[in-house]
Design a protein around this ligand. Structure first.
Ligand code: NAD
Length: 527
């Protein structure tokens, strides 16, 4: 492994270049000719197809992207049994060999990059730049965790514990067993693959339950891992909805659940984990949970609005505000509030709302009808109880789950618009008397995922950092776009269990540490 180059992020596509755009459009045409993809329940060598789960294009809901079987509770049982049978051999595979399989999977993703990007465009309405970043992040996770697992094994072998005379102390990190991976739809490639790769790199067997909105993407990921040499027993595909996820989370022989999604589902999974011993589990299931947010950007009176306006607009409205890290509240110093509001409103009004497949679109449709209705409800509440500064007047295509961007101001301090995760293109702006009032409001939230600060005074920057509870704080830049190895990502408080995906400590959550201490004075001749 030492022969491997140090980790570097996969370069994003140069979408400004016409040939690059042409290549992607050609991949989209090819993919369209193949639709709908058939996604099986895939356990070992057994594949069962079905049509219980159907994913459609959010921009053209009549277009079926993938048709999948839904894994039943009995199939979840069978997958767990299969994974348990495969576990001893995969766990005993040297870390370098497991890493090599993940690196081959990364190479396959590179080869299939245009197709995977097109699939994320179709299945989840990710605009091209966002879909491309999703594929790059998926590749990054494979490359990063492959190296991380080898580094961990080398550290274990080198021994870092104190060794007083007559005593040998060894710390090793063993795989935990079977890992259930339960993923959201908004990063349909990077997030499921990141969690799966972490489990596999450390020698666990992984059962992937992709989001019901994105089974097509999940199917491509497991296919790549299998073709790269991950044994069939070590990685299975369990498409399905919440019921499949719940069966996986409640299974007494699943040692780890890696979950990314909403807070209510995260809490259900934690509850199921607490009850596992009562159902016969001989372990405390570990839940690695990355959940929702209510992300605030603080803008102080001395902020450079030329930076702040595009940073806030991009953070709030790119991919229609459907990133867990997206900005949903701005807390601006009253001295510059009117100027900022006017500029934000102007910028929101010229955002391009359109189909994900159209280059230049910033605000694509939201994922499904329920999401469209949810965002509309919050927008109506904001209009009724506050003031809309940019009010959704942008024309949107008639077909598809579109919502034009909305910016609201003057909301009552207890408004649900200010406290609940909306997950759509709606930004609320509040006036504050200074950064301390802004920090008080941030601190009053139960969520603590991402946050931002625009400010030019270094002392204020330090002060806000010290008062900030969020997992990822961005200063004088957009608050989305965390990159593997550069911004290890994950929230605090209700936003997550404090793990940092894409960071040096993430893999530890998938391991069972063991310390062996031997009294070497007792070494003698075996007779
Ligand atoms: P969701 O919670 O509705 O679903 C996530 C996954 O959980 C899906 O696969 C779903 O089928 C499954 N599920 C649903 N009910 C279940 C149950 N009872 N038991 C087990 N599994 C169950 O979330 P979503 O709509 O797919 O994604 C959006 C949410 O994810 C937002 O809240 C967003 O903030 C969050 N998110 C967080 C991060 C992060 O890193 N913190 C990243 C992306 C998304």
């Amino acid at each position: 492994m030492s022969a491997l180059a140090p980790f570097a992020n996969e370069p994003l596509a140069e979408l400004r270049r016409a040939p690059e755009r042409e290549r992607l459009l050609a991949a989209l045409r090819e993919l369209d000719a193949e639709l709908p993809l058939r996604v099986p329940v895939w356990i070992g060598d057994g594949r069962r197809e079905g049509d219980a789960i159907v994913s459609t294009d959010p921009g053209a809901p009549g277009r079926v992207v993938a048709v999948a079987a839904a894994a039943s509770a009995a199939e979840v049982d069978a997958a767990v049994a299969d994974a348990r049978a495969a576990f001893p051999s995969w766990a005993a595979t040297p870390a370098a060999e497991r890493a090599a399989a993940l690196l081959r999977a990364a190479a396959l993703l590179r080869e299939r990059r245009a197709r995977l990007t097109a699939l994320a465009v179709r299945e989840c309405a990710k605009p091209w730049d966002q879909a491309d970043a999703d594929v790059c992040e998926a590749i990054d996770f494979l490359e990063y965790y492959a190296r991380g697992a080898v580094i961990l094994a080398e550290r274990d072998a080198a021994g870092e514990l104190l060794q007083p005379p007559g005593e040998r102390n060894v710390l090793v990190h063993r795989p935990r067993g079977v890992c259930g991976v339960i993923a959201p739809w908004n990063f349909p490639l990077a997030i499921p693959l990141g969690m799966t790769a972490a489990a596999l790199a450390t020698g666990n067997c992984a059962l992937l339950k992709p989001a019901e909105q994105a089974p097509g993407c999940g199917g491509e990921l497991v296919r790549a891992l299998r073709e790269a040499g991950v044994p069939a027993g070590a990685v299975a595909l369990l498409p399905g909805d919440g019921a499949t996820g719940a069966a996986l989370a409640a299974h007494p022989q699943v040692q780890t659940i890696a979950f990314t999604g909403s807070v209510p589902v995260g809490l259900e999974i934690l509850r199921a984990a607490a009850e596992a011993p009562a159902r016969g589990a001989r372990h405390l299931p570990r839940v690695v949970a990355e959940t929702g947010g209510k992300n605030c950007v603080i803008v102080d009176a001395d902020a450079d609005l030329d930076d702040a306006v595009p940073g806030i607009i991009g953070s709030a409205f790119a991919y229609a505000g459907q990133k867990c890290s997206a900005a949903s509240r701005v807390l601006v110093h009253e001295a510059i509030a009117d100027a900022l509001l006017e500029r934000l409103a102007g910028a929101a009004q010229v955002l391009v709302v359109g189909q994900a497949e159209t280059f230049g679109t910033t605000v694509p449709p939201v994922i499904e009808r329920d999401a469209q209705e949810r965002v509309a409800r919050y927008a109506e509440l904001a209009a009724r109880t506050g003031r809309l500064v940019a009010g959704g007047e942008t024309a949107v295509p008639a077909e598809g789950w579109f919502r034009a961007p909305v910016i609201a101001a003057d909301l009552p301090s207890d408004s649900p618009v200010l406290h609940e995760e909306i997950f759509g293109p709606l930004l609320a702006v509040e006036r504050v008397t200074g950064v301390d009032e802004a920090c008080d409001r941030v601190d009053a939230l139960a969520f603590a995922l991402t946050g931002g600060l625009y400010c030019r005074n270094p002392r204020t920057v330090e002060h806000v950092i010290a008062r900030s509870p969020v997992g990822n704080l961005y200063v004088n830049r957009a608050i989305t776009g965390a990159m593997v190895g550069r911004q290890p990502f994950g929230g605090n408080r209700l936003s997550g269990t404090g793990t940092k995906a894409g960071g040096p400590d993430y893999l530890l959550h998938f391991t069972e540490p063991q310390v062996v201490t031997e009294n070497t004075v007792r070494h003698g001749l075996v007779v």
